[in-house]
Design a protein around this ligand. Structure first.
Ligand SMILES: Nc1nc2c(ncn2[C@@H]2O[C@H](COP(=O)(O)OP(=O)(O)OP(=O)(O)O)[C@@H](O)[C@H]2O)c(=O)[nH]1
Ligand SMILES: [Mg+2]
Length: 310
């Protein structure tokens, strides 16, 4: 199950900058003029998952595969996009295909980067000049009821300011939505850093951690996904995504494309139990591994071994 998240917002909001940070590569061109992005770019982004890495440490497999979410960088939209202004129509067609929306709201000041609806970039009202415009265009374009997260794209030295804090509160209350504060530019700069350099740099500017991890995890959550793990005889630890409510049979179909074999049962244990016990066989002896049938609704963070007939 690989669901996609579209990055939307006004031109010059910092969408491609954020996208590149998510992709850990400069896939999309960024520039201080509107409509830099024309064709959409896609990146498959690994979902950070501490339990997966604990499982990897325990099992020591040859390979570890994390769950992922696809992010799509799309052209900016402006007032009238639904009538074809700017690159509007292309934009709306692409947005219809995604499962959730990340809306980048510009909260950085930079006179070199023009705001599409404001001559003076310093006086932007993020609700009236940005969010309401984008939301109205989406609505007029027939795109409603999609799950979304607002990204407040703050200047890198502004992240802890009272102004940003107030704005974050205002937006989350006004739209009853998740708001994540980050600096896309800072996140993009971190691409080139080693782990150590990253840590030192964040410390220097008094930031505890990069906002990207938070964003990827929240995106995964709003997509209503859960994670289950397979171990494949100790060779490969794999995290898979399922929609909440899907069954063991559906999970098996993801893992084993060769589904001619008939499903007999799923052996199931919460990952926390397995990590605590430290061994599959011992867990079995202790009666901690359950046997479930094909209609069993898989729960978040379970390790599953499927058994098939011939
Ligand atoms: N100062 C500052 N500049 C930023 C920040 N984020 C992005 N920018 C700059 O703003 C400009 C526009 O960024 P892009 O990422 O290209 O914006 P976009 O939303 O993809 O724009 P379009 O593709 O034209 O819709 C670039 O020059 C970026 O370097 C930020 O946090 N601070
Ligand atoms: Mg762009």
């Amino acid at each position: 199950m690989n669901l996609s998240v579209g990055i939307v917002g006004l031109p010059n909001a910092g969408k491609s900058t954020l996208f590149n940070a998510l992709a850990s590569k400069r896939l999309s061109a960024t520039a201080a003029h509107p409509f830099t992005t024309i064709d959409p770019h896609e990146a498959v982004v690994a979902v950070p998952d501490a339990d997966l890495y604990k499982l990897e440490n325990l099992i020591k497999p040859g390979k570890t595969v994390p769950a992922s979410v696809t992010f799509i960088d799309i052209a900016g939209l402006i007032k009238g996009a639904h009538k074809g202004e700017g690159l509007g129509n292309q934009f709306l067609a692409k947005i219809r295909e995604v499962d959730a929306i990340v809306h980048v709201v510009r909260a950085f000041k930079d006179d070199n980067v023009p705001h599409p609806h404001r001559a003076e970039t310093g006086t932007v009202d993020q609700i009236k000049d940005d969010i309401d415009i984008v939301n109205l265009e989406l609505e007029l374009g027939g795109i409603t009821g999609k799950k979304n997260i607002y990204i407040l794209n703050s200047g890198e030295f502004d992240l802890k300011s009272d102004h940003i804090f107030t704005l974050e509160k205002e937006i989350s209350e006004h739209y009853q939505s998740e708001v994540i504060v980050l600096s896309a530019k800072l996140e993009e700069e971190l691409i080139d850093f080693t782990k150590e350099e990253k840590k030192d740099y964040l410390k220097e500017i008094s930031i505890e951690k990069s906002g990207l991890e938070n964003l990827i995890q929240k995106a995964y959550l709003i997509l209503n996904l859960i994670t289950f793990y397979t171990i494949k005889g100790g060779q490969e630890v794999h995290a898979w995504s399922l929609k909440k409510g899907q069954t063991a049979h559906e999970a098996a179909a993801l893992v084993h494309t060769d589904f001619a074999k008939s499903f007999i049962k799923a052996e199931v244990i919460p990952v926390s139990f397995l990590l605590e016990i430290g061994d599959w066989k011992i867990a079995k002896e202790k009666g901690k591994i359950r046997f479930e049938g094909k209609d069993y609704q898989v729960q978040d963070k379970e390790v599953i071994e499927f058994k098939f007939g011939k």
